[in-house]
Design a protein around this ligand. Structure first.
Ligand SMILES: Cc1cc2nc3c(=O)[nH]c(=O)nc-3n(C[C@H](O)[C@H](O)[C@H](O)COP(=O)(O)OP(=O)(O)OC[C@H]3O[C@@H](n4cnc5c(N)ncnc54)[C@H](O)[C@@H]3O)c2cc1C
Length: 455
């Protein structure tokens, strides 16, 4: 184990994707569980805090800190073993989702959650944020794919937790029945995951991607609702939305003129399995045409290389927006990304309410894209300076009030971290927050882990 106070190493760990900068007092790099135990003992003996970090792609400042030790898992990145019969993998927390799936390729199995950052994001980070992505429409978020965890607690003891597998259970409160959930989505605040047992799924046989341009946003969003409700008699694996500005970025990535009349785009994937591809395509085309899709401009992606291109096109939107945000940081600006979600059939209404709030506050128009099938868009605003940041945040808070009224959430995949923590009580009652505090105090009574995240 290496622990250092070197200013360069500390600065190298002071930024994630939130635009915040927090320099830790020390950085430790764990290679084994014993190293983690040693760090926790050291912290406990000296009254220090410990913030675990994977690849530091957090959008909310969750994996940076200006207090205590930043504990990096980049050195604990092994796939330990695979039980192909039961579709279970045991991994160290620092392995990235991308690497895990490359290691699993020969088994025909995969880890399903696919945050856009999957090539960088670690399993530890995905568990701690309950990460999800485009395919989560079909497979669900990370929580469902975690069968067990080994955790180092704040008293430096280690414990293994496994899901309850029975079908019926009336013993105790839900919060205690499945202790794995104490850690999934906890953003590093309840314990340190040093090993995970993951549920794998069979990799699909024959994925087809379809990029369908529509004249306007309303038609595209109505198509999504129809697709979710099974009107094409197929289950899409993802239903991703691009507004006109996001589509412009995607078309720029493709590098050729495309669908100049379009006001929005839906990208969907479907697994044809052994069914004839033509039949599946014509089902989707028929439904898309019902909503006025620009049929001549539809693009079909088939085969591994082509699908990688489609994904890269989708990923080019957040990547471009991150670059635009970073360029504003010298003037105190940055990218501001929303992560709210509503029930999928209320997305059109929620975006309209948000547009009104943006105009009322005079905030700059965002680039909007993302997981429409889950009612979960990302609005990326570019703040030029601190004054812009205030205006944008005010517009977002107004939007969130509508989102909550519609039965939605302030954060569907990035977590609260430090940036979105003030919004916790927009969504949860004081009683719910008190239950969370009770869990935190039981698992981490001295407040050692990831201070400033969530609570
Ligand atoms: C371009 C871009 C696109 C993104 N797209 C998505 C997306 O589609 N979906 C999505 O869900 N997220 C997305 N994210 C956010 C982020 O990538 C995910 O939350 C990811 O899971 C974080 O993984 P990480 O390894 O970088 O974790 P980090 O950022 O290092 O840490 C995240 C949290 O996990 C905790 N943590 C890390 N390791 C451990 C451990 N071993 N034990 C306990 N706690 C731990 C940290 O303390 C922190 O609270 C995106 C980010 C970027 C930059």
């Amino acid at each position: 184990m290496v622990i250092t106070h070197d200013p360069d190493v500390r600065r190298a760990h002071s930024r994630d994707a939130s635009g915040l900068e927090l320099v830790p007092e020390a950085v430790a790099r764990a290679m084994t569980t014993s190293d983690v135990i040693e760090v926790v003992q050291l912290a406990s003996g000296n009254g220090l805090t410990v913030t675990p970090a994977g690849s530091q792609t957090s959008m909310t400042g969750a994996s940076i800190t200006d207090s205590g030790i930043l504990l990096s898992f980049s050195g604990m990145n092994r796939l330990i073993d695979v039980d192909a019969t039961n579709a279970i993998a045991r991994v160290e927390p620092g392995i990235t989702i991308g690497q895990l799936n490359r290691d699993l390729a020969e088994t025909g199995l995969m880890f399903a959650p696919d945050p856009t950052s999957e090539q960088d994001a670690t399993i530890g980070g995905a568990i701690a944020c309950n990460a999800s992505g485009a395919r989560s429409l079909y497979y669900g978020a990370t929580r469902r794919h975690v069968n067990g965890v080994r955790v180092v607690h704040s008293d430096a003891t280690t414990a293994d937790y496994r899901r309850f597998h029975g079908e019926k259970n009336t013993v105790g409160y839900a919060a205690a029945q499945d202790p794995v959930d104490w850690f999934v989505g906890s953003e590093g605040t309840t314990g340190i995951v040093v090993e995970a047992q993951l549920r794998l799924v069979r990799a699909p046989l024959n994925i087809i991607g379809l990029a369908i341009p529509f004249l306007d946003e309303a038609s595209a969003l109505d198509f999504v609702v129809a697709a979710r409700e099974g009107r094409s008699s197929r289950l899409a694996r993802c239903l991703e939305f691009f507004d006109a500005s996001a589509m412009q970025i995607a078309a720029g990535y493709i590098g050729a003129p495309w669908a100049n009349l379009a006001g929005s785009l839906i990208y969907l994937e479907d697994d044809a399995g052994s069914s004839p591809v033509e039949r599946i395509l014509s089902g989707w085309l028929e439904l898309a045409e019902d909503f006025g899709a620009l049929s001549d401009d539809i693009r079909v992606f088939e085969g591994a290389q082509s699908l990688r291109e489609a994904r890269a096109m989708r990923h080019s939107v957040p990547a471009t927006m991150n670059e635009r945000g970073s360029a504003r940081m010298k003037n105190g600006g940055r990218k501001v990304s929303t992560d709210w979600a509503v029930p999928y059939n209320r997305l059109r209404e929620a975006l309209a309410a948000s547009k009104e709030a943006i105009e009322r506050h005079g905030a700059p128009a965002p680039v909007t894209y993302g997981h429409a099938g889950n009612g979960h868009p990302h609005q990326n605003f570019i703040a030029e300076n601190p004054a812009d940041l205030r205006i944008i945040n005010a517009a977002i808070e107004d939007t969130l009030a509508h989102v909550i009224k519609m039965g939605g959430t302030v954060s569907a995949e990035h977590g609260l971290g430090k940036l979105k923590r003030p919004w916790l009580d927009l969504q949860l009652s004081q009683r719910q927050i008190a239950v969370m505090r009770a869990i935190k105090n039981t698992l981490d009574p001295s407040g050692m882990f990831a201070p400033g995240n969530v609570l």
